[in-house]
Structure formats: C-alpha cells, structure tokens
Ligand binder design. Structure first.
Ligand code: NAD
Ligand code: UDP
Length: 322
C-alpha cells in the first residue's frame, strides 16, 4: 500500500539559528517546501549552507519586527535571540522581536489562514517556586530585571497567541522549550553547554557561576525537533502551552564534571559570580506532552554531549586552520 505524502509550504522564522536550522533540515527531509526567514543577528549562513542546494529551500533576509507578505501553509515562529548574552545585547530589540514579531507573524497567519507555532520558553516560569514546572504554573518573573526583555517578551507573545486564538480562531501551537543543546549552537553564545565544551576543548578553566548547585534539564536537539513536529501535527484542539524538554535534571557542577570526563580535558573548574536573577532550578513536567503527543526525549545527556563535543571539536579545528 502506498502512503500519501502531503507537501506543505512552511515558513521558519529564525531558520538560520541553532534550533531553526535543525527544524528546516527536518522539514525538508519530510518532503516539505521550506522558507527560512532570518535577519542573521545570531544565526549564520553556515548553519544552513548544506541546505542551500535544495530546490525546495529558500532563504529570505528579513527582520520579523517588520511585516512580512508571503503565502505558506504553516509558520514556525522561532526568531529571537535565546542566550542571555545575545538577548541582553540590545534588550529593546529583543522585546520588539518577541512582541512585534509575534504580532506580525500572527497577522500573517490570520491573513493566509495558516497554522502557527510559537517557540516559547521555560523562562516564562522565571525563577520557579514550584518544581518541576507544569504548564499550569503562572511563573515567578522579575518584570524589571536583566532577563525581563526576554522573559516578559515571550510571556507577552504567548498572550498574543491566545488572544488571536480566542478572537480570530487562529490555529495556534505554543511550545515552552527547556534548555536544549546540540550541534550548531553558537560557540560564543555564553550558554552553559557550549561554554563548557569550548573551554574544555581548549583546556581553559571551566567557568561555573555561583557554587554550581543550580540545576538545569538538558534536552538534545533531535528530541526537541521531534516534539515540535508532533505538536504542530497534533489535533487543532491542542493549542498548548506544552512543555518540551528533558526532565533529567543535573547541577551545573555535574555538567562541568561530565564535560571534562568526555573531552579528557586538563581544564580546572573555577567559580565566578552568579548572574542576577539566575533561576536556581529548572525541570520540565512533561506529562502533557507524553499524554497528548506520545512524546518524550530519548537521547541521554552523555550521548548528546558526545555528538556536541564532536561538532565543536571540528569547528574549533577548522577555525584554528583558517
Ligand atoms: P538562536 O539565537 O540560535 O536562533 C534565533 C534565530 O533568530 C537566529 O537565527 C537569529 O538571527 C534570528 N533572529 C533574531 N532576531 C530576529 C529578528 N528580529 N528577525 C528575524 N530573525 C531574527 O537561538 P535558538 O536557540 O535556535 O532559539 C530559537 C528559538 O527557540 C528562540 O525563539 C528561543 O527563544 C527559543 N528557545 C530556545 C531554547 C534553547 O535552549 N535553545 C530554549 C527556550 C526557547
Ligand atoms: N552557567 C555557568 N557557566 C557558564 C555559563 C552558564 O555556570 O559559563 C550557568 C548559568 O549561571 C545558569 C546555567 O549555567 O545557572 C544555565 O545557563 P544558560 O545561560 O545556558 O541558560 P539559562 O540560564 O537561560 O537556563
């Protein structure tokens, strides 16, 4: 029996970034036409170089804070810097990207009647007082802190998604993404996994902020992308928000030790001040995703880290040669 494949035309904003490039790759593999829209603030052409020869792949340089006029069946809205260093570089632009970007993409979705997915974040829970965090938790966010441009921007974007859903009956899918890692993370984005791996490969000190007892739960990128597709393809009634992440929780100190082990590095751990408003613990409650999407992460931290180390090793060697 032959299976019928429906080819869709899909817009990915932020498609040249870490997650966006993996998503574009996956959607192309599934036989869809993909339009990648990016202003290349943190994304790079290198992330999508291997896709450029594909006739079903198109790239458009565009800033989502300005209106966009295209015709597609589905939209994945990922455009937004995600690492604290990058989103705090120009906090006003970060809020604009989240809020104006959401308004523009929702307006586009409304006009062309497209289903739209929002890459929201565990940061909407702030420094959580409930652990692990279920989707029903309203969060504990400092609205005037250094992380607020990102956290509150993403919270407002969620509000807009649900208002468009209630007011205009738009088909929406809101994913709350927890810390994800893998190849094509930016080597200088300051996020903990990339920082530790680059430091370890260079045999430089591993910078643990605070005493390293704060926790995070790290999801491998392939698992997350699987979750994106499962959510987008789920029934229209499931709007989200749905937590997507790996519930296995580690302290930052444990992560540092694992990275040193895996790289065989001679790096020493050094302790640096904890950034302001740094959440003390974070772990997704993924019951909703398990129940409604049949999704849960499969890749253990060590396995995902090995792939990520191999990626950065190659990248650093290429940089040293050039
Ligand atoms: P990233 O920085 O690698 O990718 C973001 C992409 O958006 C980049 O290519 C960047 O150039 C582009 N961009 C930024 N501002 C833009 C604008 N105004 N117009 C057009 N393009 C713009 O980050 P990422 O880790 O791939 O994150 C992708 C999305 O997932 C973000 O919305 C982020 O908030 C969300 N998210 C990521 C994580 C994670 O752990 N990686 C966790 C939670 C949420
Ligand atoms: N962190 C660290 N050393 C680093 C970079 C980050 O100890 O070199 C810590 C950071 O303070 C936080 C955790 O690692 O507690 C995760 O930081 P990241 O920026 O990756 O993500 P987020 O805080 O947004 O979860």
């Amino acid at each position: 029996m032959s299976t019928i494949r429906i080819t869709k035309s899909i817009l990915v904003t932020g498609g040249a970034g870490f997650l966006g490039s993996h998503l574009c790759e996956r959607l192309l593999k599934d036989g869809h036409d993909v339009l990648c829209v990016d202003n290349f603030f943190t994304g790079t052409r290198n992330n999508i170089l291997h896709l450029l020869g594909n006739p079903r792949f198109e790239v458009m340089r565009h800033d989502v804070t300005f209106p966009l006029y295209v015709e597609v069946d589905e939209i994945y809205n990922l455009a937004c810097p995600a690492s604290p260093i990058h989103y705090q570089f120009d906090p006003v632009q970060t809020t604009k990207t989240s809020v104006h970007g959401a308004i523009n993409m929702l307006g586009l979705a409304k006009r062309i009647k497209a289903k739209i997915f929002q890459a929201s974040t565990s940061e909407v829970y702030g420094d959580p007082q409930i652990h692990p965090q279920p989707e029903t938790y309203w969060g504990h966010v400092n609205p005037i802190g250094l992380r607020a441009c990102y956290d509150e921007g993403k919270r407002c974007a969620e509000t807009l998604f649900f208002d468009y859903y209630r007011q205009h009956r738009l088909k929406i899918k809101v994913a709350r993404i927890f810390n994800t890692y893998g190849s094509r993370m930016h080597p200088n984005d300051g996020r903990v996994v990339s920082n530790f791996i680059v430091q370890a490969l260079n045999n430089e000190p591993i910078t643990v902020y605070g005493d390293g007892s704060q926790t995070r739960s790290f999801c491998y990128v392939d698992d997350l992308i699987e979750g994106f597709i499962a959510l987008m393809d789920s029934s229209d009634e499931l709007t989200g928000p749905v937590n997507l992440g790996n519930p296995n929780e580690f302290t930052i100190l444990e992560l540092a030790e694992k990275v040193i082990d895996l790289t065989g590095s001679t790096s020493q751990i050094v302790f640096k001040p904890l950034p302001l408003d740094d959440p003390k613990q974070r772990q997704p409650d993924i019951k909703l995703a398990q129940e409604k999407l049949g999704w849960q992460p499969k890749v253990p931290l060590e396995e995902g880290l090995k792939d990520t180390v191999a990626y950065f090793d190659k990248l650093l060697k290429a940089q040293n040669v050039s």
